[in-house]
Ligand binder design. Structure first.
Ligand code: SAM
Ligand code: DTB
Ligand code: SF4
Length: 329
């Protein structure tokens, strides 16, 4: 995208950050000797953040299943053999009860996910009421509802939505093997609408989709070379769900995963890098290496959207063992 084709809200700021990373450069970073890579990541991390503080986001599926998109990894797609029961959008009061519980647990941001390709206008009315309610509890608000138009993004911003999550998922080349019902360009367009509306961007991807090392670098390059770095970068380890197209496959070496996290930290130095899905099956030691590599955000709570998350008691004990603590607002 040239500067002249960027619309106003997406104009690249003079932020002193690099937006011109190349794939060979990022591959070389990922492949650095592990001590050098972690030293660089930890140095960058300390220049920008308190290395002991972890941002805690709670996640709630406010509209589950029945999604028309064909994302190969996702149990909520109607194209999968597993049939996650489709629900309608939750009522405001039910969402607020969950948000209060998340706040009591220590989460400072409440992320709401809906299994939609894109919200309809009447959905936006209901979501705005939910966002206003959650914001009123003193929580930061985040939603992931699929594709958005610019007016929809503006309505959500006006209702008090702080962050919008919309992932690039993988490299542009690998993308077509994972999703055919929505293009990479569609995703970039939604991200632009979110930016133009003045919301913070939460955008990341998934490791373990059968991608190669070049795709892994390609995802990071696509994220870092956005007009502005996403404020929040969730890196998910694929949760393999029985009955999905990606139920079987080779698992990614945890050291490779840590390397990808470290490279994300180095090339997006001021972004919160979130260790997102996949923590339930990750050892405490892998968690610790991810924190060293620059992770400073996690999903906190018993459940992700449809699958289990690492237990709250385990997370609390791990942070304590590591001398780390939840970040306050
Ligand atoms: N339906 C909306 C959309 O995809 O735009 C929002 C919800 S969707 C579940 C949000 C993100 O969750 C996806 O983009 C994907 O990155 C992640 N995700 C979904 N299923 C996953 C899985 N099994 N393992 C890891 N991440 C997953
Ligand atoms: C993100 O990057 N990961 C979250 C959130 N954004 C919405 C979703 C993870 C979903 C994991 C599979 C599930 O629980 O259905
Ligand atoms: Fe639908 Fe989102 Fe799942 Fe894709 S990731 S199938 S868009 S809920």
């Amino acid at each position: 995208m040239s500067a002249s084709t960027l619309s106003r809200g997406a104009v690249r700021p003079d932020d002193g950050l690099r937006h011109d990373w190349t794939r060979p450069e990022v591959r070389a970073l990922i492949d650095l000797p592990f001590p050098d890579l972690l030293f660089r990541a930890q140095t960058v991390h300390r220049q920008n953040f308190d290395p002991t503080a972890v941002q805690m986001s709670a996640l709630l599926s406010i509209k589950t299943g029945g999604c028309p998109e064909d994302c190969a990894y996702c149990p909520q797609s109607v194209h999968q053999e597993c049939k996650v029961e489709a629900t309608r959008l939750m009522r405001v009061e039910a969402v607020l009860a969950e948000a209060r519980a998340a706040r009591a647990n220590g989460a400072t941001r409440f992320c709401m996910g809906a299994a939609w390709r894109a919200p309809k206008e009447r959905d936006i009315d209901e979501i705005c009421a939910i966002v206003e309610g959650v914001k009123g509890l003193g929580l930061e608000t985040c939603a992931t509802l699929g594709m958005l138009t610019r007016p929809q993004a503006e309505r959500l911003k006006d209702a008090g939505l702080d962050y919008y999550n919309h992932n690039l998922d993988t490299s542009p080349e690998h993308y077509g093997r994972i999703i055919t019902t929505r293009t990479y360009a569609d995703r970039l367009e939604t991200l632009e609408h979110v930016r133009e509306a003045g919301m913070h961007v939460c955008c990341g991807g998934i490791v373990g989709l059968g991608e190669d090392a070049d795709d892994q670098a390609g995802l990071l390059v696509a994220l870092a070379n956005l007009p502005q770095h996403p404020e929040s970068v969730p890196i998910n380890m694929l949760v393999r769900v029985a009955g999905t197209r990606l139920a079987e496959g080779d698992s990614v070496d945890p050291i490779t995963f840590v390397r990808i996290i470290a490279a994300a930290r180095i090339i997006m130095p001021r972004s919160f890098v979130r260790l997102a899905a996949g923590r339930e099956d990750m050892s405490d030691e892998t968690h610790a290496l991810c924190f060293l590599a620059g992770v400073n955000s996690i999903f906190y709570g018993a459940k992700l959207l449809t699958t289990p998350n690492a237990a709250v008691s385990r997370d609390a004990a791990l942070l304590e063992r590591l001398g780390m603590a939840p970040m306050r607002l």
